[in-house]
Ligand binder design. Structure first.
Ligand code: NAP
Length: 283
């Protein structure tokens, strides 16, 4: 697997640290990103660049896609210079973006028709886990294809799990992100309530993080709140997207509905900031 030629599409907050893991693992990597300036960082690390997804195919056996949403997926696959404009026969395409199960199934069918293989493989974890290759990766697709690329996915994640057929990875991811939204909203509400009653954030977080309810999320996001650092690791606009996708798949529970409303209301002002910036709307 070491000599596999890898194509990587999408150099956002997650794409850059993820592809950096594969470059470090000595794969031959070619990258494409819509905004060209972002490629400089990985170019300096030893990757090649392609001007379009279509041209990236010339140098890649396995193509990873890590972009924002369904619209971006449509551009990458079906755009004039997209993957479907080239010869994809025999290629394995791994879509790690958080997108709808529907678009995954649609793209998977088109890949199959063109003798290519498609896996949905969204990730749980954020920039820190991407930087250390400790993401949790949930995969939908064919088991034989999964086994073939598992060694590469293991460079990116500490847990790589096949969930079911195409779209199953996306369903698992939407379920997990519903919980993420509740954690973020809940942590923010808890801190604001405590502050209103004279309990300082730092002490409260120490209590939470030493109690059974503390976890990696409360630690990382608690630190961000303390440092007033809302630079996006996971942009708030992405949780609005994910809750919208989950709702379209039937998620309509009391907490999820309330969290969706809360994040939707915050999006215009705070969409480009981190998810935990939701605390600003409560203060
Ligand atoms: P990001 O920083 O917003 O980057 C988005 C990437 O998608 C960029 O490369 C962007 O290109 C590209 N893109 C957006 N619209 C496009 C279009 N219409 N055509 C072509 N390319 C387009 O996002 P991210 O945080 O890396 O997240 C990527 C995916 O992983 C999302 O689905 C997100 O929900 C998911 N995810 C994120 C995290 C996290 O903590 N950040 C964790 C787990 C999963 P430009 O550079 O040209 O804008």
């Amino acid at each position: 697997m070491e000599k596999t030629k890898i194509g990587w599409i999408g150099l956002g907050n997650m794409g850059i640290p993820m592809v950096s893991q594969l470059i470090k693992a000595a794969h031959y990597v070619t990258v494409y990103n819509r905004s060209k300036d972002k490629a400089d960082f990985v170019k300096n690390a030893g990757a090649f660049t392609a001007p379009t997804p279509k041209e990236l195919l010339n140098n890649s056996d396995i193509i990873f896609v890590m972009v924002s949403d369904d619209e971006a997926i449509n551009q990458i696959f079906k755009g004039e210079e997209g993957l479907f404009a080239g010869d994809i026969a025999g290629k394995i395409i791994v879509n790690m973006s958080t997108v709808s199960p529907g678009i995954s199934k649609d793209v998977a069918a088109a890949c199959k028709k063109n003798e290519a293989f498609y896996l949905d493989a969204p990730v749980s974890g954020s920039v820190k886990q991407a930087e250390t290759g400790t993401l949790v990766i949930m995969v939908g697709g064919d088991e034989i294809v999964f086994e073939k690329i598992k060694p590469v996915l293991e460079k990116l994640g500490k847990l790589v799990m096949l969930i079911g057929g195409n779209g199953a990875g996306n369903y698992a991811k939407l379920a997990i992100n519903a919980l993420l939204a509740l954690y973020a909203q809940g942590l923010a509400e808890t801190i604001v309530f405590a502050n209103q009653n004279g309990v300082e954030t730092e002490g409260l977080l120490e209590l939470i993080n030493n109690a059974a309810i503390g976890n990696l999320f409360t630690t990382i996001k608690g630190d961000a709140i303390l440092q007033n650092n809302f630079k996006p690791a996971f942009a708030l606009k992405h949780i609005v997207k994910d809750l919208g996708l989950a709702k379209a798949e039937g998620l309509s529970s009391p907490l999820a509905n309330a969290a969706f409303g809360s994040f939707q209301n915050a999006e215009a002002e705070l969409g480009e900031e981190d998810i935990i910036a939701i605390i600003k709307t409560l203060k």
